[in-house]
Design a protein around this ligand. Sequence first.
Ligand code: PHE
Length: 364
Amino acid sequence: MPYNVPKLTDFSPAALDAAVAALFSALAEESAAAKGEDGAKAFRDRWMARKNGILAQLNKLWLQAAPAKAKREVGRRVNEAKARVETEVRSVQARGSAPSSPEQRLDVTLPGIRRPLGAEHPVLRALDEIVGVFKAMGYSVEEGPEIETDYYNFEALNFPPNHPARDTQDTIFIAGQEAKPLRDRLLLRTHTSPVQIRTMQKYPPPVRVVCPGKVHRHDTPDASHSPLFHQVEGLAVDSGITFCDLKGTLDHAMKALFGSSVKTRFYPSFFPFTEPSADVQVSCFFCGGKGCRTCKQTGWIELLGCGMVDPNVFEFVREHGYDPKKISGFAFGMGADRVAMLRYGINDIQLLFQGDVRFLEQFA
Ligand code: PHE
């Protein structure tokens, strides 16, 4: 027999308790019998339908019918019943919508969700590899700001004001700096060499550091030029450092990066902050030196600039312990984008900066 809400005539507490007990036992029974989503819906409607659900009937047949002095007691019980019914309906609904077996919960034949894995950008990878080679030789890593002052980018590196050597740097200047003294005017650093000065201001000799970072030049983009590119600077200062140390260090680094069979060649060059200066070339590891497109038929690939730190540069940091009579050093600057392109066979530098996922995902 399905439960029916009885009309109450006896409103004594004992009679009320008995009526509530009958109600709850019906609730428990019907709740246990309600199966699936349809069962849950029918259960909810029977107990909670606004029009004639059991709760609505309790209001009418119990509460409204109660004499004034029993109203409190009846009200308390009806509220209790309401809370209990709501809880029960919720649990039946949860049960009804849950899949009835684990097999239904997990369909192992569905294609999985592919989580796209990020890939290290080839330039970062090249920077890391270069830095790693020098770390293994005891170098530490320093960084400097991309927005530099004229002083660090030029003056302290022995580019005097108005010196024509500045023209080689295709500098991008920050606007509105004219009111400041020249040395304080801001620009985008054109090389990582300013970090040489910052490092020597920070630490007394001996120092051995590499400084990876972004640099900027006013170049029109093409397959081999980009207004933004990356360098790794190197600086070693100690007593008695010679050009031999420079050659040995860079020869080792090139072999570590491009394979033990590459040869290096030091070609006379000029930089205001090194004397003597050299460009370092490595034998072409694509054609083995015979001549190909990558080495422009020369058999050699130019990779970096270097030299012995010019004593004039030490004069700018003399008060930090750098007396050019007592110490000497070498410095070098390497284009990391170039290294990435050679190592990973990339023929257009623009690819490094376009953010095209089809290109980047090849490095995953
Ligand atoms: N800063 C130079 C450039 O960008 C490279 C360089 C660094 C040369 C250190 C010598 C010593 O061209």
